[in-house]
Design a protein around this ligand. Sequence first.
Ligand SMILES: O=C(O)CCC(=O)C(=O)O
Ligand SMILES: [Fe+2]
Length: 402
Amino acid sequence: MTLCRISASAILSLNRMTLCRLFAPSYRVRVSCYSVGNRAMSCSRSSELMSVSPPLQPQKSADSASSSSGPKIGGCLENESSDDWNSHEKWFSLRNPQIQDDYRAYPMPTPGRIFSPKRVVNNDLHNETSPSFRPFNICYPEMRISGRGTPVKLNASLFTQNKQKRMENECLKNGIEWHKLGPGMILLKSFLGHDNQIEIVRICQKLGAGPGGFYQPGYSDGAKLRLKMMCLGKNWNPQTSAYEDTCFDGSKPPDIPNKFKDLVLRAITSSHELLKQENRFADVKKILPSMTPDLCIVNFYRNTGCLGLHQDKDESKESIGRGLPVVSFSIGDSGDFLYGKKRDEKKASRIKLESGDVLIFGGKSRDVFHGVPCIHRDTMPNWLRDESRLFPGRLNLTFRKY
Ligand SMILES: O=C(O)CCC(=O)C(=O)O
Ligand SMILES: [Fe+2]
């Protein structure tokens, strides 16, 4: 009875651990009563290009506001009872009392902050004593336990085991494997080496848990994207499809770290060198113009995350007109990437973006339709998982020039 009287929105506003504490004698009980709406609608970056694909798995709606009449524009409603949590709990088995303590003390990767159309103008969200403060942390705490329930702390032998993998990664980096996917569209395989990947995760974790950090974006009709997002440099507002100087919580977007800008520059320079190798007479800067980013959208997809086919076209006319590239870093679990001339999934080409890959699309490919239909579970390199403690899922950073 008590449960029945609690509205879906009140339940949504509680985090997972709070719910567990309220309704379950044991922390292992899975709380699924706050799942809302249909799942797995396609999502889009630009409202003009949105489509709604059939739900992958029909679900009973718990909240009439997001029931079958649902969003007419894309956007996937999160289902927090999804089996994302199975892998989460596998990692985080609570048998060990020591771990339970860590677990309780640590902010959970709960839905995080849900975007509210009502802009929060003060910094209350970031006052840790505020009940609404729920940072989304993309990494596990220092201590975790493995799937078998054995405590794992990163030690010397684990480093040695990982060394082999790290070396393989570095070797690939030196002899860059690359693919030309279109005019001005280049995939640099394993371009980001071990240290860069770890550092990117570390920086994103830190920025993502602070003001203007990761939240779940949504469109004006309430449809939510199936990912967590953070913007650097400028804020991209999914409700207006425009860039702004303030984040969803009223804070100033964090600057793009210089480290990131250097990597973007290196990726573009390497692409020029590779294009030059192919044709030494080619005007490579015409094929793929150079770009210094002033904004970056950071997405974190869990295993059920996705992003519908869309074009990146909210940057300035000048930037798009000049074909200034979008430079995309992939870290963590692999994700499929669709791209094509039309917004048609069936006709689109498909590649797999793996941890460390850098994809660049500029010049004549700047307006390519693209999207991420799925993330591949358990494909993150072991060394990355062990050393960065990134949650299962995929971290993606797209750099652009406004
Ligand atoms: O995750 C990706 O690879 C693509 C992300 C993307 O297209 C975007 O953020 O606009
Ligand atoms: Fe995009």
